[in-house]
Design a binder for this molecule. Structure first.
Ligand code: HEM
Length: 390
């Protein structure tokens, strides 16, 4: 552990607390040595940490769903504008609702030219004048995706603020005030996307134009598609901020990476190894709707499973010498972007955004010694690992 970090080196209390712990990886190794699925009575979930078991769970998408059957939208936001958006997101749905927009989003994202994305993201990142490094981690990727979607430069700071408010509705840790602000933001974002998509001609070559072109052209623009456009920004927000921040920590910790970080290829490698070694999305959940047997354990309808993706990335059966941070790996494997039908369609975009953001941050010549001295902690979260620099 980095001695400059200002938190305890004690083992995390449980696999959820591990996501924001200073160094959860020895604890994850202990979890992997346990049986493939272990019941955690405190969290009331089954815990999976080995890569092969997590892959099997993520492939069993008929029995294991992304939301509990009895609560498709969290009770705290049900009936609110934030709840409406949440209820439409492909990330939060299975079956027909998942199928409705997923292919269009997937094709539009796959069609992005990553060189163009990189130049645009770098330009946007260089213009970000966030109050702190920790804020810039969010603003750089959010504004870049808003730009790619087709928003005008002058709209980017406001979209950024609304998105930061909106994502509070995705976390079980948010207060009533935060959920209220998330609903205000949901209304505003839906209205802005409506104007952008329907009111005027979407900018040629934009990600928005691509999503619309890949969607059913004869159908009217639905609230559901609008919500999923908002979803592209919300999926970017915390996860890419964490990837960018954790990549910066990797460079700060290991001076030899600074040479590699002078080139775009090197920056990309730092980001991709960080996504494996210290991923921003540490865990995800599944909810059992019918009995299923996985790795010798039978899960019953109603059971919840916590899939510790970050532990799987360091499974030696998945990646040789997994604790080593190394820029060149014959076959880098990771589950931090999911797997199976809900796998992230934004992986390549996210890594490009983080590489551009890292380049912009490093060009500001941060004082790494002073940063290490002051240390950092992680934002409160049940699943994301996003640093806050002190
Ligand atoms: C470092 C950044 C990112 C990480 C670590 C990440 C990770 C993930 C993970 C783990 C899932 C699947 C969750 C599950 O199955 O439980 C997911 C889904 C998704 N991600 Fe990402 N993501 C990132 C960035 C992005 C970006 C930039 C976009 C698009 C702009 C995006 C769009 C999506 C969408 C639409 C889904 C839902 C897919 C589906 O359910 O079919 N993500 N992401």
């Amino acid at each position: 552990m980095n001695p400059s970090q200002s938190f305890s080196a004690d083992s995390p209390a449980d696999p959820v607390a591990a996501a924001t712990h200073a160094d959860p990886y020895p604890y994850y190794a202990e979890l992997r040595a346990d049986p493939p699925l272990v019941w955690n009575e405190t969290l009331r979930v089954w815990v999976a940490s080995r890569a092969d078991v997590i892959e099997s769970l993520l492939l069993a998408h008929v029995a294991l769903r992304v939301r509990p059957a009895a609560e498709p939208v969290p009770r705290a936001i049900l009936g609110s504008p934030a709840g409406e958006v949440f209820g439409h997101l492909v990330r939060m749905n299975d079956g027909t609702a998942h199928q409705a927009h997923r292919p269009a989003l997937q094709r539009a994202l796959a069609g992005l030219d990553l060189d163009t994305v990189h130049s645009a993201a770098l330009q946007v990142a260089r213009c970000v004048t966030a109050p702190s490094m920790s804020d810039a981690l969010f603003s750089m990727p959010i504004r870049a995706v808003a730009h790619l979607l087709g928003f005008a430069d002058e709209a980017l700071p406001q979209i950024d603020r609304w998105m930061r408010d909106f994502v509070a509705c995705l976390s079980p840790l948010s207060s009533a005030d935060q959920l209220q602000a998330a609903s205000v933001a949901a209304n505003e974002l839906m209205a802005r996307f409506d104007t952008l998509a329907a009111g005027t001609q979407p900018r040629h070559g934009s990600l928005l134009a691509a999503v619309l072109a890949e969607s059913d052209a004869s159908a009217p623009l639905t609230r559901s598609l609008l919500a999923n456009l908002v979803g592209l920004l919300s999926q970017t927000c915390d996860a890419t901020a964490g990837l960018l921040g954790n990549s910066l920590i990797a460079v700060m910790r290991e001076p030899s990476l600074r040479e590699a970080a002078r080139t775009r290829v090197g920056l990309q490698a730092v980001v991709e190894e960080t996504a494996r070694h210290d991923p921003s999305v540490q865990n995800t959940r599944r909810f059992c709707v019918e009995p299923i047997s996985i790795a010798g354990t039978t899960l019953a309808a109603g059971d919840a499973v916590l899939l510790v993706l970050a532990a799987a990335n360091r499974d030696p059966a998945f990646n040789p010498d997994p604790d080593r941070f190394t820029l060149v790996r014959a076959r880098r494997r990771m589950l931090g972007f999911g797997h199976g039908v809900h796998a992230c369609p934004g992986q390549a975009l996210a890594c490009t955004l983080a590489a551009a953001g890292l380049e912009a941050l490093l060009s500001r010549a941060p004082d790494f010694d002073a940063m290490r001295e002051r240390g950092w902690s992680y934002r409160p979260s049940a699943n994301a690992r996003i640093p806050v620099f002190h």
